[in-house]
Design a protein around this ligand. Structure first.
Ligand SMILES: Nc1ncnc2c1ncn2[C@@H]1O[C@H](COP(=O)(O)OP(=O)(O)OP(=O)(O)O)[C@@H](O)[C@H]1O
Ligand SMILES: O=C(O)c1ccc[n+]([C@@H]2O[C@H](COP(=O)([O-])O)[C@@H](O)[C@H]2O)c1
Length: 207
């Protein structure tokens, strides 16, 4: 089983890291990959460069063996579509291995606008994690896909949607960038190693 958390990670923070770790623990995933996007399809483009965002991500997970950085989206040109990413992982691992694509309630709200979203469910399961300020509608297009038995994950490679309550951390990269621009100290919202990199490179001072 392979877990995936895609994101802009501009910069990575404890909301991302707890989510990745708790999803990995909950589903027993030995290989949880964090995949930074190069050109996000549906949002303003990132402030930090792809290389800077990857370096911050690598620094953040350096001491946690269950989390891996996967730079495949940074090596592709054009929009960083999740369909393309999951297709490329499928090509490497074959059709039988379960893939769990993790996303927050906020991102899930727009899932039906994603490139080839219906085919994404043929490539991976979705784990939709709780995020303060957002909720999952009780009924909707996703209802027939909702999985209740996590054991199914081990026998089916894709197609279910699971909702998981991770530790609620009201942290966003937008808020971190705002604090940094205002000269405020964002310590304890993100790893010290990441904050050190931001300060050394004077990132987000002028966004
Ligand atoms: N605090 C959080 N709790 C749970 N999930 C989160 C949290 N922050 C981000 N995520 C999820 O992580 C993924 C990547 O998020 P992203 O890199 O866009 O971070 P962000 O903090 O939302 O950034 P920004 O504020 O720049 O939009 C998304 O699926 C998002 O829903
Ligand atoms: O493939 C798409 O069309 C698509 C549209 C919006 C978001 N995504 C993915 O969703 C993940 C979280 O996105 P974001 O913008 O919250 O960082 C990240 O892996 C994005 O590539 C993917």
């Amino acid at each position: 089983m392979i877990g995936i958390l895609g994101g802009t990670f501009d910069p990575i923070h404890f909301g991302h890291l707890r989510t990745a770790l708790e999803v990995a623990e909950h589903f027993g995933i030995p290989d949880m990959r964090l995949i930074p996007g190069k050109v996000p399809p549906h949002r303003p483009q990132p402030v930090a460069t792809p290389e800077q965002r990857l370096t911050m991500l690598q620094a953040a997970i350096a001491s946690e063996p269950c989390l891996q950085a996967d730079d495949r989206e940074l090596r592709r040109d054009g929009y960083s579509y999740s369909f393309d990413t999951l297709t490329s992982i499928r090509a490497e691992v074959g059709g039988k291995r379960p893939l769990l694509f993790t996303l927050g309630f906020d991102a899930f709200q727009h899932f039906q606008s994603w490139h080839r979203w219906q085919e994404i469910l043929q490539l991976a399961h979705l784990v939709v994690v709780h995020r303060p300020g957002y909720s999952l509608p009780p009924e909707g297009w996703h209802t027939p896909f909702l999985g209740t038995n996590p054991d199914d994950l081990h026998t089916t490679p894709a197609g279910n949607i699971y909702s998981l309550a991770v530790t609620a951390l009201d942290i966003s990269a937008t808020d971190l960038r705002t604090r940094l621009k205002a000269g405020k100290n964002p310590r304890y919202l993100l790893p010290d190693t990441v904050l050190g990199y931001i300060q050394t490179h004077q990132l987000y001072c002028e966004t």
